[in-house]
Design a protein around this ligand. Structure first.
Ligand code: URA
Length: 263
């Protein structure tokens, strides 16, 4: 039997307080939601006195780095005379400082076949016409083998219109500066087929930096104009590697077959 300890009432500990029942906040009166189809007396919204805010500390604006400056240029002209004149006075890249003259393009201004090379060499810079040196003479013979010539059926242009010093390959920024001119030439000639002569031309037209050996096996399209493109070696390559001429002949036959296809 346990002992019950008696404690006097006035010495007993205070009773634990009643638990407080939380009262859910009263829901918004439904009438406050306006029915857009029924006219209702507008319910005045209570005036809300904004609490004073601590003064905002001004934050110094971090200035964004300036974008690289691209010189403002007129869009390429869309008729032959104006485009030729625009190219002749172009100073969009450093190549204009060392050129004798610009080398615009040659051939038929409306042609099914357009050839694109990389840029003028020494002879072209002196004469103002593309492909007039040793590689150009070979190109003329190749074209003749499939019944074409710059005098009667093709248009020829380069990715860049000014000679890169020492016949180096044009830099990407130089090709970019000239791109609008080449695209305008393509839009004016409206060829059925473009042939890219060498890797620089292929990259300039297709934006693909792959070896010609791979590109010549694929089928390509010049994006801005939607014109089919065949990639082949630059004629200068056959001057250096005459045993590769067989590939050039295979490509010429493909070009001829492509041009014979119905549009
Ligand atoms: N090589 C080119 O790519 N273009 C020319 O005009 C001459 C040589």
């Amino acid at each position: 039997m346990g002992l019950t300890e008696w404690v006097r009432r006035d010495q007993q500990p205070a009773e634990a307080p009643e638990p407080v029942t939380e009262v859910a906040p009263t829901a918004e009166p439904v009438a406050a939601i306006e029915d857009p189809l029924t006219e209702q007396t507008p319910v005045e919204s209570p005036v809300v006195v904004p609490e004073p805010q601590p003064e905002a500390i001004p934050v110094a604006k971090v200035s964004e780095p300036a974008p690289p400056s691209v010189p403002e240029r007129d869009p390429p002209a869309m008729d032959w005379d104006a485009l030729r004149a625009q190219v002749a006075r172009c100073t969009a890249c450093a190549l204009h400082e060392t050129r004798t003259q610009t080398v615009f393009g040659v051939g038929q201004t409306q042609a099914d076949l357009m050839l694109v090379g990389e840029g003028p060499g020494e002879q072209e810079d002196l004469r103002g016409e593309p492909f007039v040196g040793a590689a150009g003479q070979l190109l003329d013979r190749m074209l003749a083998a499939i019944g074409h010539s710059r005098q009667s059926t093709v248009y020829i242009a380069n990715v860049v219109k000014c000679r890169p010093p020492g016949n180096r390959k044009p830099h990407a920024v130089e090709a970019d500066a000239c791109r609008g001119y080449l695209e305008a030439q393509i839009a004016l000639v409206r060829p059925k087929l473009i042939v890219a002569l060498g890797q620089v031309a292929a990259t300039g037209l297709l934006g693909e930096d792959a070896p010609v050996g791979r590109l010549r096996r694929g089928s390509h399209v010049h994006g801005p104009s939607g014109t089919p493109v065949i990639v082949t070696y630059h004629p200068a390559y056959y001057l250096r590697q005459p045993l590769e001429k067989r590939k050039g002949w295979d490509d010429l036959k493909r070009i001829r077959a492509r041009l014979a296809e119905p549009a």
